[in-house]
Design a protein around this ligand. Structure first.
Ligand code: GDP
Ligand code: IMO
Ligand code: MG
Length: 431
């Protein structure tokens, strides 16, 4: 059994899609387990760029069972747009399937997300406005619709009768927003029931049980990152799902005893989009240089990403909460032209000098903390063509070895450029 989770081990956009695509070649089943179209996942193959939001990043290979699990939220228009674009580009989606238990993002979820953000002033979260929080709130509050509900008119009717009166009252009186009639929602649901039909996998229990019995290799693709996890991230500046590897079990329907490896995907520095604390953030020319060279602008919202030095305290926290067994370090090439690099090894409380080596989860404390850095020399050469560890410049090897020491787990994949080919695999989890 070699089942592996690819999880973002920072605040998202670590390059999970690149690593998922790379490993998908060796996997039989690829499962997206949480999140929705807030994710923006980029894969580059021979200079051709593919952007995924909900579709698993393994879909570019033929005959892999690509499954969108029960832990996800699906916005119908976005799904239609994403799949249409892929089909137009010649990607075969016949093995793409959706769990009937996945939740649906309805038009009013998008409305509520947008209005909440626009009215929150300095308290805004900086969401992607894709309706993620409102959809998960309704799921947990048992006020949501699941994909399978679309195929039972009687049930759909009674669900909408239960949901809409209260929802419309809230939309009108709290948000001052448009309300939705039952007929309007029924029409919407009927339309998307047909669009989803070829993808809905009612046989998922049998399919996944068989895959496990036949010892097929399963790859779980996380969206967002551990630091955006609803329970373990920098709450409330988080998303509304569980990107941590534990989420792979709940979100896919395959329990934790079937998971062997967890790859924490980690940039050689850190980025964050949206609001929230970020102890190693660089608001100076160095941060600007990282953003420019790393092209750090959101895939989904095009917002500039905040950039900062690698934070080993945060990474150690991700090893614990994510159950990471190894790291994949991405975007090391962004440092090709840097004289020196900093790594945060601890935090210091500016008020009393107290040192934190373990991540303090009370974010109210973070404004008092400053990073304790150690400085390493850059390599001042282009390493993107290195094919193996030995071809990496000496100072890059020293930098990577130091990250391993500080984080406490091995680096098994090194990404030296956006393209699938620009990767050094030290050990393949499926080998
Ligand atoms: P994800 O959300 O974690 O899948 O990451 P994104 O796709 O949002 O952002 C990562 C960006 O970095 C994408 O544009 C990738 O094509 C790009 N990328 C991934 N790995 C590397 C790398 O090693 N070097 C460089 N320069 N770019 C990379
Ligand atoms: P991928 O999968 C980076 C951030 C948003 C915001 C917070 C909540 O590409 O790594 P939400 O719309 O989820 O309610 O927003 O989470 N966020 C991401 N940041 N990468 C992502 O996905 C993200 N998905 C959500 O910017 O701060
Ligand atoms: Mg992304």
């Amino acid at each position: 059994m070699k089942n592996t989770v690819v999880v973002g081990a920072q605040w998202g956009d670590e390059g999970k899609a690149k690593i998922t695509d790379l490993l998908a070649e060796y996997a039989d089943v690829i499962i997206r387990y949480q999140g929705g179209c807030n994710a923006g996942h980029t894969v580059v193959v021979n200079n051709e760029k593919y952007k995924f939001h909900l579709v698993p990043s393994g879909v570019l290979y033929k005959n892999k069972f690509c499954f969108i699990g029960a832990g996800t939220v699906i916005h119908p228009e976005s799904f239609l747009e994403e799949t249409s674009e892929l089909i137009k580009r010649g990607v075969n989606l016949s093995s793409l399937k959706i769990s009937p238990l996945a939740s649906i993002t309805l038009p009013y979820h998008i409305d509520i997300d947008g209005i909440s953000e626009n009215n929150s002033g300095k308290n805004k979260i900086g969401t992607t406005k894709k309706g993620i929080g409102p959809t998960y709130s309704d799921k947990i509050g048992r006020y949501g619709l699941k994909i399978q509900d679309l195929y039972d008119e009687e049930l759909l009717n009674s669900r909408l009768e239960a949901i809409l009166p209260l929802k419309n009252k809230i939309l009108k009186e709290v948000y001052g927003s448009k309300i939705y009639t039952k007929d309007e929602m029924l029409q919407y649901c009927r339309k998307y029931a047909e669009i989803f039909r070829p993808y809905v996998c009612n046989e998922w229990v049998s399919n996944l049980s068989t895959a496990l019995k036949e010892d097929k290799k399963i790859l779980f693709e996380g969206a967002q990152g551990i630091m955006l996890d609803i329970d373990y991230g920098t709450y409330p500046y988080v998303t509304s799902s569980n990107p941590i590897a534990g989420g792979a079990a709940t979100g896919s329907g395959i329990g934790p005893t079937y998971i062997n490896n967890v790859i924490g995907v980690t940039k050689a520095y850190i980025t964050r989009v949206g609001e929230g604390p970020f102890i190693t953030e660089l608001t100076d020319a160095t941060g600007e240089k990282i953003r420019e060279i790393g092209a750090e602008f959101g895939t989904t919202t095009l917002r500039p990403r905040r950039c900062g030095w690698f934070d080993a305290v945060l990474s150690r926290y991700c090893v614990l909460t994510g159950g990471l067994t190894q790291m994949a370090i991405t975007k090391i090439d962004v440092f090709n032209d840097f004289d020196e690099l900093k790594i945060c090894t601890a935090y210091k409380d500016k008020r009393n000098g107290k040192i934190y080596k373990d991540y303090p989860t009370n974010i109210n404390l973070h404004k008092f903390l400053e990073p304790v850095y150690e400085t390493l020399k850059g390599w001042k050469t282009n390493l993107s063509n290195a094919k193996n560890w030995d071809e990496l410049p000496k100072n890059a090897q020293i930098y990577l070895k130091r990250l391993e020491e500080l984080v406490g787990i091995p680096i098994k994949i090194i990404s030296t450029g956006a393209d699938r080919e620009q990767t050094i695999i030290i050990e393949n989890p499926f080998a």
